[in-house]
Design a protein around this ligand. Structure first.
Ligand SMILES: Nc1ncnc2c1ncn2[C@@H]1O[C@H](COP(=O)(O)OP(=O)(O)OP(=O)(O)O)[C@@H](O)[C@H]1O
Length: 215
């Protein structure tokens, strides 16, 4: 399995945010993007996830089965700043929707709803409307979405924002487990995630993009 970005450049509005960004990740690898606010971390994640069109360059993905026809975004979970859950629906209804909507990619199977909620420490509140949950509980459930459908790549934008220390550790353990199973992780963060087998790419905005080249 291989995810690679070659000479990516991206524009937001009129501004070129970065250029010449390249990296290559094999199964089990993690790449963490760091850098000041506005340096382009979210923009790069959205380009890799296929949610934003790049100005230049390309992102390619070859699955464990050698299949390279699939778009990288199709093989990815994307956890953005927002949680992508309906406030009026219960936790179980939200996760059930995502499980059915996303389905599993070849090579693995997602957890059931209760098992996924249990994995993020919230098995007993799946009957509650998502909107009743605290900010940290909402983030945990947003993370449980990654567990209900199998994807080889996890793209995570500030996954631990709003979390307490125990949830930080829980997320680190879940991300590490994904890596151990051969998954790829691409994350933006302001605080260390405590992962193993991780590389860091510091986004510096347009001035320093030539540093962002990884083999
Ligand atoms: N829709 C948009 N139109 C124009 N400019 C935008 C748009 N979205 C983002 N930008 C700009 O692109 C730049 C990069 O933003 P981005 O969200 O990628 O940064 P970031 O490194 O993820 O920041 P943070 O650490 O604050 O999350 C910023 O200067 C931002 O103002």
């Amino acid at each position: 399995m291989h995810l690679s970005a070659e000479n990516l450049a991206a524009r937001r509005g009129e501004d070129l945010i970065f250029s010449n960004v390249s990296f290559g990740l094999e199964g089990g690898d993690a790449l963490v993007l760091t850098g000041r606010n506005g340096s382009g971390k979210s923009t790069l994640l959205r380009v890799v996830a296929g949610l934003l069109r790049q100005e230049k360059g390309r992102v390619t993905f070859t699955g464990a089965d050698g299949d390279s026809d699939r778009l990288p975004g199709e093989a990815s979970h994307y956890l953005g700043h927002r949680n992508a859950m309906k406030y009026e629906l219960t936790v179980a209804e939200n996760l059930t929707f995502w499980k059915a909507f996303l389905g599993d990619m070849p090579g693995g199977a997602g957890l059931g709803i209760e098992a996924a909620a249990d994995a993020v420490g919230l098995a007993d509140i799946t009957h509650l409307p998502f909107g009743y949950l605290s900010a940290g509980q909402q983030r945990r459930i947003a993370f449980a979405k990654l567990l209900v459908a199998h994807r080889q790549i996890w793209i995570l934008d500030e996954p631990t924002a709003a979390l307490d220390t125990s949830a930080d550790q829980l997320f680190t353990d879940l991300i590490s487990a994904h890596q151990k199973k051969g998954g790829i992780v691409l994350a933006a963060t302001h605080q260390p995630l405590g992962l193993n087998n991780v590389r860091e790419m510091r986004m510096t905005g347009f001035a320093g993009v030539s540093e962002g080249v990884w083999g």
